[in-house]
Design a binder for this molecule. Structure first.
Ligand code: UDP
Length: 239
């Protein structure tokens, strides 16, 4: 497949909360459609797209365990939540005429395919969007770690993390007006300064395997397409 873009294959991480839009819980179909449009732009540029979707709009193991539920049961619920989000996202992508495969780290025969690295890569080469659901399949991990893991496994050129701010800041820009944005950071700076980009496991994994990360603002229409063609936006994290 030919691409005019800077990147041949990317792994995009969308949090569950991103799918919630203005709602307090669940999935806003309007957000799904907008994300599908952004992804269509990437596909139009010939960029292969893998997606990891979170589940925080539905369930988080940590929050459930704080409310008294067993942590592992809660994490299993959180992982199942990511599968629900993936099914909704696939629906939106396919309505926008993008063939999509959903794979799950937890086997769920009859609903989605079981994760298999080689068939994921085959599907990506064929032009399908591949959604990696159920996180890593293990409790005590997050979908940020799953995004770095899958990104590394499929040899993505970049892992992108969608957020509601323009990148990584010295402090929370929504609370501190003097907060400044970083254009470029190293993994060690993120770890030392404890910048809440992704959880530490995810950052260390990216560092160990030299996987570049970019944090960007998903509310900025067309930003993904611009990033693929050399546009500057967000914060890049490298070694
Ligand atoms: N989860 C897990 N293992 C994984 C990925 C996710 O146990 O490898 C569970 C965990 O309980 C987590 C929930 O699934 O809280 C939803 O994922 P996450 O919090 O990463 O979603 P996001 O914050 O991106 O919406």
């Amino acid at each position: 497949e030919q691409t005019s873009a800077k990147y041949k294959r990317i792994l995009l991480k969308l949090s569950g909360e991103a799918l919630m839009g203005e709602l307090d819980f669940g999935i806003d179909p309007k957000v799904l459609d907008r994300m599908a449009l952004e992804i269509a732009q990437l596909r139009g540029l010939g960029v292969q797209v893998g997606l990891v979707i979170g589940g925080g709009n539905l369930f988080r193991g940590k929050a459930l365990s704080e409310a008294g539920l067993d942590r592992v049961a809660g994490d299993h619920m959180g992982m199942l939540a990511t599968v629900m989000n993936a099914l909704a996202m696939r629906d939106a992508l396919e309505r926008s005429n993008m063939p999509t495969r959903v794979m799950s780290a937890i086997p769920m025969s009859g609903v989605v395919d079981h994760y298999d690295r080689r068939s994921a890569i085959r599907a990506l080469n064929q032009g399908d969007v591949v959604i990696f659901s159920a996180g890593t399949g293990n409790p005590f991990f997050t979908t940020d770690s799953a995004a770095c893991l899958r990104g590394i496994e499929i040899n993505a050129d970049l892992v992108l993390k969608a957020t509601n701010v323009d990148g990584v800041y010295t402090a929370d820009p929504k609370k501190d007006p003097t907060a400044e944005k970083y254009d470029l950071l190293t993994y060690s700076e993120v770890l030392e300064k404890q910048l809440g980009v992704m959880d530490l496991t995810a950052i260390v994994l990216a560092q160990d395997h030299d996987m570049p990360l970019r944090v960007y603002n998903m509310n900025d229409t067309g930003v993904l397409g611009r990033l693929m063609t050399g546009g500057e936006h967000g914060t890049l994290i490298v070694s």
